[in-house]
Design a protein around this ligand. Structure first.
Ligand code: CU
Length: 185
């Protein structure tokens, strides 16, 4: 009955993968991205992790600008890192740390259109990309071969490169392949 063991392993892997799936957050929920809202209330109690997505819904006359911490706190417009005014702005949270968003229309940030989202690195603490790579190049080449850590980095790669809808699809395919092989054997 080795097949039962295989099924158990497959489901354990699925259980490990599923919680890391990305979540789409609609900023302000039904109110959307608007003046008079309190986005610190909206973010409280929420945990944002790498790969999550912010969706800003708003009418004309607003923008979504990602800004520095100081521009956020002082509501300074004009130095946006990124800016979008399409009315449906999707921001993919790809870096850990705090991201700051304001409306670039003068006065709107002061009227509440400011959002700070702190992104936790979650379970994928292993690849903080550039910081660890440079000093010891010899250690850097051997570290990807570390046997125990293989599953976690691979799911991270799937996340960032292939997008949100890909990993659940792969998980389902793997499950059905495993079941199919069991039936054949
Ligand atoms: Cu605005």
């Amino acid at each position: 009955m080795a097949g039962v063991g295989v099924v158990c392993v497959v489901f354990l892997v699925l259980c490990a993968v599923m919680p890391s799936l990305a979540t789409d957050y609609t900023v302000g929920d039904s109110a959307g991205w608007t003046m008079g809202a309190d986005y610190s209330t909206w973010t409280s109690g929420k945990t944002f992790v790498l790969g999550d997505t912010l969706v800003f819904n708003y009418g004309g006359g607003h923008t979504v600008d990602e800004v520095s911490a100081s521009d956020y706190s002082t509501c300074t417009v004009g130095n946006a890192i990124t800016s979008d005014s399409t009315g449906a702005t999707t921001i993919s949270l790809k870096k850990a740390g705090t991201h700051y968003f304001i409306c670039g229309v003068i006065g709107h940030c002061g009227s509440g259109m400011k959002l700070a989202v702190t992104v936790e690195s979650g379970k994928t603490t292993a690849p903080p990309t550039s910081s660890s790579g440079t000093p010891s190049s010899g250690a850097a080449t051997t570290s990807p071969a570390t046997p125990t850590a293989t599953t976690t980095p691979s799911s991270t790669v799937t996340h960032s490169s292939a997008g949100n809808a890909f990993s659940p699809f792969v998980a389902v395919v793997i499950t059905w392949l495993a079941l199919f092989l069991l039936v054949l054997s």
